[in-house]
Design a protein around this ligand. Sequence first.
Ligand SMILES: Cc1cc2nc3c(=O)[nH]c(=O)nc-3n(C[C@H](O)[C@H](O)[C@H](O)COP(=O)(O)OP(=O)(O)OC[C@H]3O[C@@H](n4cnc5c(N)ncnc54)[C@H](O)[C@@H]3O)c2cc1C
Length: 413
Amino acid sequence: MSDQQREDWDLVVVGAGPAGACAALGALTEDPSLRVLLLDRSDFPRDKSCGDGIAPHVLDALAAVGAADVVDGWTPLRELELSHGTVKVAGPMRREVHVIPRAVFDARLVEHAVAAGAVLRRHRITSIGTDPATGTSTLTGGLGASFGAGVVVGADGANSIIREALLGRRREKRAIAIRGYAPTPPGIRGRQVIRYGNRRQPSYAWAFDRGDGFANVGYGELLPGAGGTRRPPSRQLLLDQLEELIPGVAATGADWRGHHLPLSSWRWDQPDGRVLLVGDAAGLVNPMTGEGIYYAVATGIAAGRTAARSLAAGRPDGAGATHRQDVRRMLGTHLRHTWASSRLAQFPAVVDAGILAAARDRHVFDTLVEIGLGDGRIDGRLATVLVRSLVGRNRSHRPSDPPSDPPDVRTQT
Ligand SMILES: Cc1cc2nc3c(=O)[nH]c(=O)nc-3n(C[C@H](O)[C@H](O)[C@H](O)COP(=O)(O)OP(=O)(O)OC[C@H]3O[C@@H](n4cnc5c(N)ncnc54)[C@H](O)[C@@H]3O)c2cc1C
């Protein structure tokens, strides 16, 4: 393709989910004159397999780019119920969460990005390279489309081709989950309900009341590692697990849609250079809870700001290093703690101990919610409970699915 046929932009964002729309918003908040192209292979509104749980931390981040009104008109909820068999805790969370279909939430964020000045186009990007003459990134897509970019943000989700071009195929753990919408059963009204199962942990079914007569319902579990002999669970098995844990919803639900979740690990990486990874494309999904919208929004905004600043300074090649530092500062400790929590949660006795401790101790309940929904950390009180339960387990229980590495909890008080 010749340069004449290539469109050049300051910033090209690949993927217009929450991470991509927020990258565009972050960049345009920093510099409203920036030429920002927001590409997605789908038209908006589009559906996305998700529990639709919007943590309060998402709204904190969106407020900084003037987009916290995306939840307007949806009834928030406060009650959380966590259980594993007969072990259960239920109570109000400190802050409200929203449950909003992604077809609505994502389209509203895209509207904000477009109102701020981003140009939205439908294109599937198929490859990324570098123009040797100028050092700019080049993206090619369907129908021979070609785009040049001072900085690229890779926000193309769990199967990101931008990530693969930068870092190779992912080796980190993945989960699989299926979601549908069902009339809200009476016991679920005004609640987020999470019921742990007994398969590969963390495995759980959920029912999140949307507040409009329907609930988002689903079930997910850890996928077997690549090269192993275990087969991934079938769609039917996922639905059977959901029905077992939350009876009635699989039979009454519709719009089933499954997807992989690229779980975050102990260490997060971002290469040097002009291509920044955000959200699922950056492998940022909480391994305890499957939540990823907060990470997508927070890293998207940070990447957009960094792109704008590095372009203004004439140093786009420094953007990758800055983004790496920013995300590690923002989430590094939290990611290590969620990784440790997810390793511990592979032991059913630890899951039970966590739930029981949350039922007895309000501080533990709040801490677990912060770790699961936002950027919380394991503190001394929670660590004591979990480690004690693990010691007890070694005396009297066996894990259903032992982890390959010993759990390693570092406490933060
Ligand atoms: C079943 C399930 C339940 C979940 N529940 C929750 C929950 O309750 N709360 C929560 O916080 N998180 C939840 N998550 C995680 C959450 O859905 C993701 O973390 C979130 O969508 C990440 O946003 P993103 O913008 O990075 O990616 P996405 O939302 O996946 O957006 C990526 C975009 O990139 C586009 N794209 C992909 N490839 C290309 C390409 N080659 N060219 C152009 N465009 C492309 C796609 O069309 C898509 O619009 C759940 C996930 C699953 C699967």
